[in-house]
Design a protein around this ligand. Structure first.
Ligand code: C2E
Ligand code: MG
Ligand code: MG
Length: 747
């Protein structure tokens, strides 16, 4: 129903996309996957680097071994060179000479076993002879396994290394064969034979550094200098299956192949042994956790932000919308009105107040009052055009902003009043209310929001004063009246502060005996500028502004002071009646404050009587009824004032705690000439009596009225004929002047 006013807030808040949320959830997982992959690549590279390092390391050591081996071989067989050179000079060498050179060689190279001379490839000399006699006379040409090498050395003119081979003398050895050529005449050289050096291969290799404790495994192959094709010389043949590190060793007349592997084999490519992999993996874990945590924080922040936005929207709603009706409140309406004023003229501002709303609230309770406001709002919105606006100012006050020509606006106002006249169904309680509307035009009655609202409000009061269920356009003199009212209010406050109030007293007589039965206290304001002001002028305003509360307290106090004084001077004129306004009764503490005033002044309750107007009784029935019952129970007499004006029925009053009925002056003034007045007066008196009330007639001005009322059986009378309201001193004089009245015996 309030869509036109709510449009800005009805849209749901923008939800962050679910796609983004999913991505946010996946982000840490994504980081983890990428991180683990990267860690694996890094780890792999790291492991490979380590392996390469191991290979390079081993290769370096292997080339060291090769160097040592080649050096050992060179030094081992260099001795043969000297002998060969000597022979090549003339094809001979003396026995001593050979033995001397061979002895020196064997002494300097510990693993050398013997040196032999084989002219024409037949061994003729050997050193040492001991243990080697068996080889003397050995013909290489008859040894098929030796012959090819011997032939090769001879053909290529280079030494060759044979073996390892099993020696006739026992043991495994390498044989270095140096072919010797003798320089003949005319520069022609001829093959002499060979010098061979036999060395213990195992000791030679040991001297070159091939030891089992080297920290890595070695293998050498290439017997007879045949490289990869040669047989295994040293170590395990398996090392050649998957060689990682391999070098060639230059040996006389050929090569050996040497491979190495770490002892215990090559370490397998293990990621978890890579510190880099472990480091990268840890970093990935930590980073993913960090991202997840960050993500969580971000989500929390988003959660929280959404709450904040909702809270802000709620605050905005509270700040700009009425919670009961959902309509814009005064703040928002004023903004809307200001905008509409800026955009162009021809605006009508309506102020509407629901008449009788207070009674609904009082009698049915606030929830029903709220329901009425909601139902009324729904009806208003049905009557409005799309460009019109409505707001609830608070209480039962609504403001409308209508666009259109005068005739159209008038038509809409009447429609609004009509829509309120239909009964409201408040959870089964039918309720009838009406509305009062004030109208202000822009720009005639104001060019800004404030003045338009103020003038519409003033016009609304005029409509209310005219009798409600009506509407009034604003007129400038309404403001004047309002200003007068405001001035009166100011003066009234001042009067309260300065104690400018006094009570006058009007006698109440027994109509049958003429005896004084009591007095009514009537409030007077002695304004220093305007003199004596009648309560009819200021009581209604005091009721509207709430000033009636302090004023009522003042009346109660003045009445008690006066009663106490009369008692003290033994001149009590009977019980004193005071008038009480609706607002006083509605205050929960009225009975208490009355009781405490009586107590303060040491007065019995039966000296006080309370008058409540019939219309007040009808307005706040439950509250008034409860207060009257309490007063009655205390001993304070109760009276319905101005009876006949409030549309109550006697049958209804019967149920209320009331002692007196005071017939309103309107029904007395036409007595006894007017038949209707006579009939009404008789009816009230007879029926009132039948229901057990004492009847008082107000405003008796003529003897004829007095006579009629006394004959009709009216109990008590009050009026200018019997005694005008007068100050306390004047009352004393009146009492003196009317001694007889006082002295009349009680009936
Ligand atoms: P009310 O209580 O009905 O008081 C009677 C009114 O009728 C008084 O007017 C009184 O001066 C006037 N009156 C009495 N006899 C005659 C008469 O023979 N002819 C004419 N024409 N008038 C007569 P007043 O004093 O101006 O008071 C007016 C109303 O103001 C009171 O009507 C009462 O409702 C209210 N009022 C007066 N004092 C107080 C007060 O202290 N508190 C409250 N809440 N209301 C008060
Ligand atoms: Mg009265
Ligand atoms: Mg009266």
């Amino acid at each position: 129903m309030t869509s036109r006013n709510h449009s800005a807030f009805d849209d749901p808040l923008p939800e962050p996309g679910s796609v983004r949320r999913t991505l946010n959830h996946l982000l840490p997982v994504g980081f983890a996957v990428i991180g683990i992959s990267l860690s694996m690549v890094l780890g792999h590279l790291d492991a490979q680097r380590e392996q390469n390092e191991q290979v390079a390391n081993l290769a370096a050591r292997l080339s060291g071994v090769r160097g040592a081996l080649e050096a050992q071989l060179r030094s081992a067989f260099s001795e043969a060179e000297g002998i060969a050179q000597l022979i090549s000079a003339d094809g001979t060498i003396s026995d001593e000479h050979f033995r001397g050179m061979a002895r020196d060689a064997l002494a300097s190279v510990p693993y050398m076993r013997h040196i032999a001379l084989a002219p024409d490839d037949v061994i003729r000399q050997v050193y040492p002879l001991e243990g080697n006699q068996r080889i003397l006379g050995l013909d290489y040409r008859r040894l098929p396994e030796q012959l090819p090498l011997v032939a090769s050395a001879r053909e290529r003119h280079t030494p060759v290394l044979a073996g390892p081979l099993q020696l006739y003398q026992g043991g495994r050895a390498l044989i270095y064969r140096r072919p010797v050529f003798v320089n003949g005449k005319r520069g022609v050289s001829f093959y002499w034979g060979s010098v061979s050096v036999v060395a213990d291969i195992d000791r030679l290799l040991l001297a070159a550094g091939l030891r089992p404790e080297a920290g890595f495994e070695l293998a050498v192959r290439g017997s007879d200098g045949k490289g990869a094709e040669g047989e295994l010389i040293w170590g395990s043949a398996e090392l050649f299956d998957y060689p990682q590190v391999k070098v060639n060793v230059e040996v006389p007349g050929g090569v050996w192949e040497m491979v190495a592997a770490p002892r215990g084999g090559w370490s397998a490519l293990n990621l978890f042994s890579s510190p880099l992999f472990l480091f990268a993996l840890s970093c990935t874990g930590l980073f993913s956790l960090f991202v997840a945590q960050l993500n969580r924080k971000q989500r929390l922040l988003e959660l929280r932000n959404r709450e904040l936005r909702q809270y802000q929207a709620q605050l905005e709603r509270l700040a700009h919308y009425d919670t009961i009706t959902g309509l814009p409140n005064r703040v928002l309406f004023q903004q809307q009105l200001s905008t509409a004023i800026r955009q162009g003229h021809g605006l009508a501002v309506l102020m509407l107040d629901i008449d009788g709303f207070k009674q609904v609230n009082d009698s049915l309770g606030h929830p029903m009052g709220d329901l009425l406001l909601q139902q009324a709002t729904a009806r208003f919105l049905q009557e409005l055009d799309t460009q019109d606006r409505v707001c609830r100012l608070g209480g039962d006050e609504f403001v409308f902003m209508l666009q259109g020509a005068q005739g159209q606006v008038n038509h809409q106002i009447r429609a609004l009043l009509r829509c309120l006249q239909r009964p409201f169904d408040l959870n089964g309680n039918a309720s009838l209310v009406t509305g009062s509307i004030g109208l202000a035009w822009c720009p005639q009655h104001g060019e800004d929001a404030d003045s338009l609202l103020r003038h519409a409000d003033t016009a609304m009061y005029a409509a209310k004063e005219s009798g409600r269920n009506a509407w009034r356009p604003y007129l400038p003199d309404m403001t004047e009246r309002l200003q007068q009212r405001l001035e009166l209010e100011r003066n009234l406050r001042r009067a309260l502060e300065r104690n400018e109030f006094e009570l006058w007293y009007q006698p109440k007589l027994d109509l049958f005996s003429g005896r004084l039965e009591g007095v009514e206290a009537l409030l007077r304001w002695r304004d220093p500028d305007h003199g004596l002001v009648s309560p009819a002028e200021f009581i209604p305003l005091a009721e509207r502004t709430g000033l009636i509360i302090p004023l009522g307290e003042r009346v109660l106090e003045l009445a008690c002071v006066q009663l106490a004084a009369w008692r003290a001077s033994n001149s009590l004129p009977g019980p004193l009646a005071i008038n009480v306004a609706a607002l006083q009764i509605e205050r929960s503490d009225y009975v208490t404050s009355l009781a405490s005033a009586l107590e303060r002044h040491g007065l019995p309750a039966n000296l006080l009587e309370v008058e409540i107007t019939e219309s007040l009784l009808m307005e706040s029935q439950q509250q008034a009824c409860a207060v009257l019952a309490q007063l009655q129970a205390m001993g304070v007499a109760t009276a319905v004032d101005d009876f006949g004006t409030g549309y109550s029925s006697l049958a209804y009053l019967r149920a209320l705690p009331i002692d007196h009925l005071k017939i309103d002056r309107a029904f007395i003034k036409d007595l006894p000439g007017d038949d209707d007045a006579v009939a009404i007066a008789r009816a009230i008196i007879d029926l009132g009596h039948a229901l057990g009330f004492r009847i008082t007639a107000e405003g008796i001005e003529t003897q004829a009225q007095y006579d009629f009322l006394r004959n009709a059986g009216c109990d008590q009378g009050q009026g200018f004929l019997l005694g005008r309201p007068m100050p306390a001193e004047a009352l004393q004089q009146w009492l003196t002047d009317n001694q007889a009245l006082r002295r009349l015996p009680a009936s």
